[in-house]
Design a binder for this molecule. Structure first.
Ligand code: ATP
Length: 573
């Protein structure tokens, strides 16, 4: 992990404490005072035992009764403090952390989602968030109160009997060593669990999205095998962590018991050597030793869990810091000359190019059709115009400005795209068209009219809920919503990828006609439907074959050439 990402994860951790200091401090004070209370009880026990043993200078019974009442009152007070602070701190901390991460997610490039695995993010906001909550947030109070209790107990032991404390300290080094050795292994185990969970979530996501296909192709067994494989891997990763926790616990216990028994032996040896140890001091020492050993036993696991949780925050910061294109250039929201592609070669993998040496120009305000057989690279060409990938060679320029240097915000102001796969939110038809923005009613009306949605809206109303990914709508209706969305945005450039594929011929012609009739808009339309009336209206037709432009010109020019386009057109008729 590089330095930039390390400092990025600090910003995520800062979200826990932003405007949340008061709750944090009160919760921390209450857990530290609870630890102090244990030490106070150890001291009281010493006084009680010395009182019963008749040691001179011990407190009398009335004072001891008063102390007991104070302890009970203090417990009630501290628990009340904790009740009013810790849950509020946790709630705000997790809310701000997830909000910040989600905000970062929304700042990503569209291109990020062509190359990244979205299941990682689902995991980060579910499983990993729970680990961060327990292993980092909750744990920090336990860690700090354990450190406080450890230090306080050692100081009290020092006050009671310095020599015995020095001997005990030598034993305590043992469990501390265990913590140091096991910390890194725990961190690796937690990262491994997170990765395996992501894969499991990815399978689950696919299974749910493709449920009807799985059923109709009777692929339940195959998809079950895939799920079972990933489920096993995730559970095995957790099993490994549990085993590691057992090993860490075992080492910590051995080290702890050795330290405790060693200290007792030292006490016995000192007492028999005539040292001044009252029965009360002996009892206090036994209690205090436990308060040293408990943190030593718990701290290795707690520190390891904290480290593991920080590793997950680092992992999320790592993924969120990549593919953000906010440093691009701002350009005015206009297209004066047009879009040019010069010697553009591109492949999804380094070994295999999908587009070869593409050179063409799309003049501002004109309409172009891209045709070609399936897999010839039409969608890829369109996506590159939307800056989906930056790793092409050659130039793609808007008014002479290289597209990968333009800020995504500027680019999305100029261009909008109607895609093959339309995403519909589980919101009203109107919100799906306006994408939750405010527009003048007349403009919305015009977009609805042009995209052929009037009938649907008349029947169901603007407030009709579309269902999860538009389950309440037909394919054609979803396409029309997507067209209305883009028309409403009124961008200077409209890219259309088979937008009419799910429409019947009449509506398809109507919609394509609407796109062709948009004044001042540069339209680039990928189409399979080789309809002569429509094709004649385009200013240029670009014919792709195996990722290369083989012909371009107007409909009449291409037909006259009697070449590749001519044969595609005649076969389709
Ligand atoms: N994300 C991707 N990763 C790897 N290869 C891809 C990816 N998307 C497309 N391809 C490949 O690139 C080639 C061109 O695909 P593209 O979708 O651009 O073709 P198309 O002409 O739009 O096809 P269709 O008309 O069937 O939609 C195909 O061989 C396809 O398999």
């Amino acid at each position: 992990m590089n330095h930039k990402h390390k400092s990025a994860s600090k910003k995520y951790i800062a979200q826990f404490y932003k405007k949340n200091h008061a709750s944090f401090l009160i919760a921390l004070i209450s857990s530290l005072l609870t630890a102090a209370l244990n030490l106070w009880i150890a001291w009281m026990l010493q006084q009680m035992v010395d009182f019963v043993s008749g040691v001179s200078g011990a407190f009398g019974l009335p004072v001891l009764v008063w102390y007991v009442v104070s302890v009970v009152a203090a417990i009630l007070l501290l628990k009340t403090m904790s009740y009013f602070s810790r849950p509020h701190f946790m709630e705000k901390a997790m809310r701000q952390y997830k909000d910040y991460a989600f905000h970062k997610l929304t700042q990503k490039n569209i291109s990020a989602f062509y190359v990244e695995n979205t299941a990682n993010y689902i995991s980060a906001f579910s499983n990993d968030a729970a680990t961060v909550e327990n292993g980092y947030l909750d744990m920090q109070f336990n860690i700090l109160s354990n450190i406080f209790m450890l230090t306080g107990a050692l100081l009290m032991m020092l006050m009671y009997h310095p020599l015995m404390t020095v001997i005990a300290r030598a034993f305590f080094l043992l469990p501390i060593g265990v913590s140091y050795i096991t910390g890194n292994r725990m961190e690796t185990a937690e990262r491994n669990i997170s990765e395996k969970n992501s894969k499991l979530i990815a399978t689950l996501k696919d299974s749910l999205s493709g449920f009807s296909i799985i059923k109709s192709f009777k692929a339940e067994n195959a998809i079950f095998d895939l799920f079972a494989h990933n489920n096993t891997a995730a559970e095995q990763a957790k099993c490994k962590k549990r085993k590691l926790i057992t090993v860490i616990g075992c080492l910590a216990s051995v080290a702890g018991i050795t330290a405790q028994l060693g200290t007792f032996l030292a006490g016995a040896w000192l007492a028999s050597s005539g040292q001044d140890i009252t029965p009360g001091i002996l009892i206090a020492f036994i209690n205090l030793t436990a308060y040293v050993i408990q943190p030593i036993q718990e701290l290795p696991e707690q520190l390891a869990s904290r480290k593991a949780a920080i590793a997950l925050i680092d992992k999320l910061a790592d993924s969120l810091e990549g593919n953000v294109r906010d440093e691009g250039m701002h350009i005015p929201n206009q297209l004066n000359t047009g879009i040019t592609m010069k010697n553009v070669t591109f492949g999804y993998d380094a070994e295999c190019d999908v587009l070869h040496n593409i050179s063409t120009a799309f003049d501002a305000g004109k309409k172009y059709a891209i045709v070609g057989t399936s897999g010839s690279g039409k969608s890829t060409l369109l996506n590159l115009l939307m800056a989906s990938h930056g790793n092409y060679s050659g130039q793609i320029c808007y008014d002479g400005q290289e597209v990968k240097d333009i800020s995504s915000e500027s680019l999305y102001d100029i261009v909008s795209m109607i895609q093959q796969n339309v995403f519909i939110f589980n919101a009203s038809i109107r919100d799906n068209i306006t994408m939750f923005h405010e527009f003048p009613a007349a403009e919305v009306e015009r977009a609805i009219e042009l995209s052929g949605l009037s009938k649907l809206i008349k029947e169901r109303g603007e407030d009709y809920l579309c269902g999860e990914n538009g389950s309440g709508l037909s394919g054609g209706e979803k396409q029309r919503i997507s067209i209305a969305r883009s028309l409403l945005k009124k961008t200077k450039v409209l890219l259309v990828d088979e937008a009419t594929a799910a429409l019947d011929t009449e509506t398809a012609c109507q919609v394509s006609g609407a796109i062709l009739g948009l004044e001042g808009v540069t339209g680039i339309v990928v189409t399979h439907a080789l309809n002569e009336t429509l094709l004649r209206q385009y200013d240029g037709i670009i014919t792709l074959k195996n990722g290369s432009i083989v012909e371009s010109g107007t409909f009449d020019e291409l037909i006259a050439e009697k070449g590749y386009f001519y044969s595609l057109f005649t076969i389709s008729q």
